[in-house]
Write a protein that binds this ligand. Structure first.
Ligand code: SF4
Length: 83
């Protein structure tokens, strides 16, 4: 059995369970909501602040040039390859 066929089998099983009501679809929450739910996480706080500051565009956080900002050295997605 190939990896792809295992993945397809798992996906089919997931959809079958969803349809049967055995499981519920995970609710997507925003980074800012995640941060609010984990108020002790500095990483989530910094990530969501930078994300908000950059107009909710991750690549703009990567390309941030405001090196006077206290979060600059801690901003997320610094090593993301732009394509
Ligand atoms: S590091 Fe850049 S993106 Fe993050 S808060 Fe500061 S200015 Fe905004």
């Amino acid at each position: 059995m190939t990896v792809n066929s295992k993945l397809n089998q798992g996906l089919k099983e997931y959809h079958r369970k969803l349809k049967a009501g055995e499981i519920k679809r995970a609710k997507r929450i925003s980074l800012i909501e995640k941060s609010k739910q984990s108020p002790g996480s500095f990483r989530l706080a910094i990530n969501s602040k930078c994300y908000e500051c950059s107009g909710f565009v991750k690549v703009d956080v990567t390309n941030c040039e405001i090196d006077e900002c206290p979060l600059y050295r801690h901003r997320p997605w610094q090593n993301t390859v732009n394509s």
